[in-house]
Design a protein around this ligand. Structure first.
Ligand code: DAH
Length: 356
């Protein structure tokens, strides 16, 4: 035996190590075969040194040392990398740190040329798209987006908003009552009360959310979406309300729409206004959408009633504010020409796919 034998072992080692790849157990088998303490090939090669004639000892010894270093280095490297890759052999997939192994396919083979399972492409719901657009407009104006509970108490949904128990406004809001005085909120306005109770002015918020009423037809669903707005600070006037709503509605629809405030009534605002935009479908010539009137009612608004401020502990001598509320579903129907409100909640992907 001579240095040629060392080269043989080196070649065999490299081939074995390559075959072991990233399988930690296989790398260990290779280690035992070559560098094992008792019966490793390196031991055998070392023992052989003694049997060599003196003139061959020097070359062989040097070659053996190099081989040892190489084998130890390569084994250390292979150990580090072992198991980082998914290994699939004979129907088994092993992933480092994951046992047991997974068995794949009848023949124990993975056909990597098979087409994959297609991933269904989702789409945003039209109400979600409209909500995000409106939120973004108000975020740009310095508002925060807030949320509140859908299961509400009578105080926040009604009383704090100046709707006492016998108030006729309760009849308009066919309420789902729950045990122990709770109810499903009939509008997003209770979040106004919650925020004012918990925080000092200045307040600038919009509140999108689900609301519930016992109502169902072409234009009504027992669950629908509103967005509430509230601004409270010193010296706020109807002028601020009008300018804010115009800025918002121009950004949402177009700079060309006209905005009109009509006198209205809400228990929690005084004065109150219904807000219309000029019909975006017929340029005010009169069409089905605006029922020939040239105007489309878009939201309710007003100056926060001092009684609401008092109920939630805001100083009504110092602060004034405005509020508004709108139906997100109604706006989505308008913007996308969806004729039946219930289509929005039918869960039919033929509708939502059109918004992908
Ligand atoms: N809460 C009202 C509703 O559900 C909408 C509304 C009107 C909200 C006027 C307001 C407002 O904040 O000022 O019909």
């Amino acid at each position: 035996m001579s240095t040629a034998r060392l080269d043989e072992v080196r070649t065999a080692f490299l081939a074995d190590l390559e075959e072991a790849g990233s399988d930690a157990a296989a790398v260990e088998t290779v280690r035992i075969r070559y560098a094992g303490k008792k019966s490793g090939l390196l031991n055998e090669l070392t023992a052989h040194l003694r049997e060599l004639p003196n003139e061959e000892k020097r070359d062989y010894g040097r070659g053996l040392n190099e081989l040892k270093k190489e084998i130890e280095g390569s084994l250390a490297e292979a150990k580090k990398n072992a198991g980082t890759v998914i290994k699939a052999t004979a129907g088994k997939i092993t992933v480092k740190g994951h046992s047991p192994t997974v068995t794949v396919g009848g023949q124990g083979r993975i056909d990597v040329t098979l087409p994959g399972t297609p991933v269904a492409q989702g789409a945003q719901h039209p109400v979600h798209i409209v909500r995000r657009r409106i939120e973004e407009i108000f975020l740009r104006m310095g508002y925060d987006v807030e949320a509140g509970p859908e299961v509400e108490d009578d105080w926040h949904n009604f009383e704090a908003l100046n709707i006492p128990p016998d108030h006729p406004a309760r009849d308009d809001q066919d309420t789902f009552y729950l045990p122990q005085g709770f109810l499903l909120r009939t509008h997003t306005s209770p979040v106004q009360a919650r925020v004012m109770e918990s925080r000092k002015p200045p307040i600038r918020i919009v509140v999108p959310g689900r609301v519930y009423r016992r109502d169902s037809d072409l234009r009504h669903s027992p669950m629908f979406h509103q967005l509430e707005g509230l601004l409270v600070d010193e010296g706020i006037t109807v002028g601020h309300l009008k300018a804010t709503l115009e800025t918002f509605l121009h950004a949402l629809f177009s700079d060309n729409v006209e905005v009109r405030l009509r006198p209205g009534y809400f228990p929690f605002t005084e004065p109150s206004a219904e807000v219309d935009i000029s019909c975006i479908f017929c340029d005010q010539k009169g069409c089905g959408v605006c029922s020939g009137s040239g105007w489309i009612e878009i939201l309710g608004s007003g100056m926060v009633d001092p009684r609401v401020f008092e109920a939630v502990g805001v100083d009504s001598d110092r602060y004034t504010g405005f509020a508004f509320g709108l139906g997100l579903d109604r706006i989505a129907m308008l913007v996308y020409g969806i004729p039946d409100l219930r289509q929005l909640f039918a869960g039919d992907q033929r509708l939502t796919r059109q918004f992908a």
